[in-house]
Write a protein that binds this ligand. Structure first.
Ligand code: GLC
Length: 456
């Protein structure tokens, strides 16, 4: 933000904050300030990167931080109203001696996932890399002393999988973060100052995007902390987005704000719901955009490690979720909460292995596809790549499918063994649509019976 006051930097910090607040209030009253950047023209590199993102279809989310030590999920500091001085003692005991970035990446790659999204700094303010913007970080504040983001980035680059970084906009520990609707019980002496907080975040984003090689995306979270403010809160998103695109033109911007996308964002995120649904209650205000889409979902119920949560979704459920997101043209970002000792939970490793087995056989019907022409049905979903329309029949009892298509079917076969399938089709009078009926043969029940249609 530019300050209309001369010699601004010579004033005391307190006076600067009061003046900044005044400027902010005045500018907030000017309607155009309420909007993010009105236009945004993505560069050719960025557009290419968006398509590559949309092709990947499956990523693994990792929520790991000092909160993992409590085994109560990543919101423990807020939910238990922990005093920040007490909470930070977890940092001085954080020593995940079994952490091995290469092992994580290997297990994740074997699942068929094409990217990893890692929590660089969550709402508790703790940074998982050697940041110079605060000593509350994994290298300076723990006996472990290793740069986890750095090790993970190296392992990802070595093993050829993309790294995306989650970054929290809100903060439960810093005094300068302008308090929103969470983090009221952490006993900070609040001295809200947007200028210093923004500087801190921009300093951190600059480190993340200049030290660790190519970063596929920055995944913001926390804007919803100010969604109940009486005066809309200006997060200066356009400034942060521009910084990211300037430092790494191929790095995509995503923001889990639960609202319609803003200019400067390259992917649209849906929390715990496939696009178009709102079962979890976060997506009610969102229209599906033209951007590449991503659904994030937990493997059990919590993002960060939760010791009592062994309620893992079965491999079949997870495969159905991947089919359902792919059918909407979206990616699935599936979360694991690594343990405080540095290992991925054993059940999560089983799920990764089993999803990998399924994808190694059926990946052709998922990777590189876009939403299929047949919208999600009670029997399953469809994906399309070029001339191929893949019908994923996830209901094992269905014996006949009927649907309409804008194109003609020239071939129908079982994807598994190529055997021909019986079908009928009728064109409507206007010649715009085809009414298709296909028989699903008796087969040994599988998680997904795939029909490969060639259409022209
Ligand atoms: C929510 C939670 C956060 C989690 C995120 C993942 O925004 O606040 O803890 O990281 O969802 O989607």
């Amino acid at each position: 933000m530019k300050h209309p006051f001369p010699h601004f930097s010579l004033l005391s910090a307190a006076t600067r904050c009061v003046l900044s607040l005044l400027v902010l209030t005045l500018t907030l009253l000017t309607p155009h300030r309420l909007l993010a950047q009105a236009t945004y023209t993505p560069t050719p590199e960025c557009l290419e990167s968006r398509q590559e993102f949309a092709d990947m279809k499956f990523g693994i989310f990792l929520h790991w931080g000092i909160y993992s030590m409590f085994g109560q999920g990543e919101w423990y500091m807020q939910n238990a109203n922990l005093d920040w001085r007490e909470y930070q003692k977890a940092a001085s005991a954080f020593y995940p001696h079994l952490f091995n970035a290469d092992e994580w990446v290997q297990a994740i790659k074997a699942s068929g996932a094409r990217y990893i999204t890692f929590t660089s700094r969550h709402h508790d303010s703790f940074s998982m890399w050697r940041t110079e913007q605060s000593d509350y970080n994994i290298v300076d504040a723990t006996p472990f002393g290793r740069d986890v983001v750095g090790e993970l980035a190296d392992a990802c680059h070595r093993q050829g999988i993309r790294l995306h970084l989650y970054y929290s906009h809100l903060d439960w520990r810093r005094a300068d973060y302008p308090l929103g609707r969470t983090g009221h019980g952490t006993h900070r002496d609040l001295k809200p100052c947007w200028d210093t907080y923004l500087q801190f975040m921009e300093g951190q984003l600059t480190e993340l995007l200049t030290r660790y090689g190519a970063i596929g995306a920055i995944w913001f979270d926390g804007v919803w902390d100010h969604d109940s403010d009486s005066i809309p809160f200006d997060w200066d998103l356009d400034r942060q987005y521009a910084l990211i695109h300037r430092l790494q033109p191929r790095c995509l911007v995503g923001n889990n704000h639960h609202q319609d996308v803003n200019p400067g964002e390259d992917i649209q995120i849906f929390e715990r719901d496939v696009p178009g649904q709102n079962l979890a209650g976060y997506s009610g205000d969102m229209q599906i955009s033209q951007l590449p889409l991503e659904t994030c979902q937990t493997m059990n119920g919590m993002w960060g490690y939760k010791i009592t949560d062994q309620d893992y979704k079965s491999t079949d459920e997870l495969i159905h979720l991947l089919i359902s997101t792919s059918g909407k043209g979206a990616n699935l970002l599936l979360n694991i909460g690594p343990q405080p000792n540095g290992q991925l939970p054993a059940t999560a490793l089983d799920r990764l292995r089993e999803m990998g087995q399924w994808l190694s056989v059926n990946g052709e019907t998922i990777y590189g596809t876009r939403a299929g022409d047949v919208a999600e049905q009670s029997w399953g979903a469809s994906t399309r790549r070029g001339e191929h329309l893949y019908l994923h029949v996830t209901d094992p009892d269905v014996r006949e499918l009927t649907f309409t298509l804008p194109v003609r079917v020239v071939k129908a076969a079982s994807f598994a063994d190529g055997s021909k399938l019986t079908y009928r089709q009728l064109q409507d009078k206007a010649g715009h649509r085809w009414f298709v009926t296909i028989q699903v043969p008796e087969h040994t029940p599988t998680v997904d019976y795939i029909i490969d249609l060639v259409t022209r």
